[in-house]
Design a binder for this molecule. Sequence first.
Ligand code: C2E
Ligand code: CA
Ligand code: CA
Ligand code: CA
Length: 275
Amino acid sequence: HKSVNAVLAGLNAGLARCFSRRLRSPVNTLRMAIVQRQIAPFYQPFMDARSGQIAGIEVLARWRHPLYGYVSPDVFIPLAEQHHLIVPLTHLLMEQVVADLQHQIHRFPLGTYICINISAQNCLDPGFECDSRDMVRKLNANQSHVVVEITERHPLHFTPQLSEWFAALRRANISLALDDFGTGYSNLAYISALNPEFIKIDKLFVSQIGVSDDTRLVDSLIDLAKNMHLKIIAEGVETKAQADHLRNKHIDYLQGYYFSKPLSASELIHQVAAG
Ligand code: C2E
Ligand code: CA
Ligand code: CA
Ligand code: CA
């Protein structure tokens, strides 16, 4: 009967449409990108505020899409978080960081910080603990110092298991930085629960310096961190006026376009070799 064939054909077409739509959905494109290693680490140096020397580098994910070019992590990190792809993505990045730096780390100043951004989903993952130990070992524990940056923009669920997970990292000589300080939830609760070594003052506050004469907000965030004996990294430093203001406030480290944009691995190595 003709209608059976018609129904089958319709079903097939529907399935095909459904399938191709699925394949082309952003999350499937991201899944493919992870498998095909289209996501690579870039590196933004940050400076010792006093000496001006490079003190560390932050690893920032970059997606080089074959058609769309660079896709911002502000787009694909939330997507990865929503679809539980952060764990494989972080694993891929850490593998590449080791490959990029393993034979180059001797060019960097002793004790250079290597900062990795993590999401709430990385917490409690034993695979991350493993990868970060591997990184510490392969990047020579004396030559570099691995730091994990955790943002306070997303809520963390503080449990004894979470404290133990962070304690295990600390035992492996991995430090903790509280990222985006001042923008998220209950900063003080985060500080007392996580006991970080560093805080990163968000660029939102740094950008106020030089725009308005009122620097009370950024100044009091700095004072707060200093009173708690935390090392401070200011991010998003774009002008000399901002760098000067922050140096006058005796901030430890400065990061931003004024000093360097995020660089590819080869650009980073060139820059370090040059100066
Ligand atoms: P973030 O951790 O706060 O990183 C700082 C962002 O500010 C980066 O954006 C950096 O390129 C940008 N930036 C640096 N200096 C300046 C400056 O002087 N001015 C301005 N306007 N911006 C500056 P990017 O690379 O687009 O990353 C955006 C966010 O995506 C990061 O914010 C971080 O939260 C997230 N992210 C990036 N890579 C990873 C990753 O591997 N894992 C996770 N979980 N999150 C990541
Ligand atoms: Ca960060
Ligand atoms: Ca930040
Ligand atoms: Ca930020």
